[in-house]
Ligand binder design. Structure first.
Ligand code: C5P
Length: 230
């Protein structure tokens, strides 16, 4: 299991300050489209200068026609990015085209597919996808596996099921993690680190429980110690 910290603070300065506070530790840092649109490549470079051990997950959730997605994937592969994601609902052709286009790179970023956005409730989700969230998430996960992706973004509560239906090596990255049962905020179903371990989650994503903590560095250390003990 590898900790992924969401850099969701409102400005570049605050995000970089958080990276500095956390220090030179082996973590993944999630950069979302708000900060990428505003702060761009320079931000990614600065993160790696501050923490050379950090790996970057660019959370842009690509969704477009296959050729446009593959073009974007190729550009991402030339950034200092270690993982990015696409929407599974972009379909199999888009998945294959993205992976084919990345094949020429000696080292390529990992590619994950978003199954279901966590903001959906069942009713809204079904009105778009005509299936329950769980059913569709499983279908999307199998499709992503069969088309050569490295893993999926999913709920921690679906992680084990997805691995059983695909492969234990098929990666799961899961938001809504409250490492020690902290305040759930707007997340509806939250999982602790223990639950994430039981569900075989590869990347627990933690935002507010770290950056809202009075001492983010010690919180990260505490989380890393627990992960090491697993
Ligand atoms: O809740 P937390 O601050 O730990 O969120 C970490 C990440 O989880 C966010 O960057 C966002 O991508 C995702 N998130 C989510 N559903 C929400 C709120 C946040 O998936 N309702």
């Amino acid at each position: 299991m590898q900790l992924c910290i969401a850099l969701d603070l409102p400005t570049m300065e605050e995000n970089l300050e958080l990276v500095k506070k956390i220090g030179n530790v082996p973590v993944w840092l999630k950069v979302g489209f708000r900060s990428y649109i505003r702060d761009g490549k320079e931000f990614l470079k600065e993160i790696k200068e501050i923490n050379p051990q950090a790996k970057i997950f660019l959370d842009l959730k690509l969704y477009d026609i296959p050729n446009t997605m593959a073009d974007a994937a190729e550009e991402i592969a030339q950034l200092s990015v270690d993982m990015f994601n696409i929407h599974a609902s972009a379909g199999e052709i888009a998945m294959r085209e993205v992976m084919n286009r990345l094949a020429k790179f000696e080292t390529r970023p990992l590619v994950l597919a978003v199954t279901a956005l966590t903001s959906f409730d069942e009713k809204t989700f079904e009105s778009i996808y005509e299936k329950s969230i769980e059913e569709k998430a499983m279908q999307f996960a199998k499709m992503s596996y069969e088309n050569g992706l490295d893993g999926v973004v999913c709920s921690a509560f679906e992680s084990k099921m997805i691995k059983e239906a695909t492969s234990s090596k098929f990666l799961t990255l899961c938001p809504a993690i409250r490492p020690f049962g902290e305040d759930a905020s707007d997340q509806s179903r939250v999982a602790t680190l223990e639950l994430a371990r039981d569900e075989m989650v590869d990347f627990p994503v933690v935002g507010r429980p770290i950056y809202k903590d009075a001492n983010p560095a010690s919180k990260v250390e505490k989380i890393l110690r627990v992960i090491d003990s697993f």
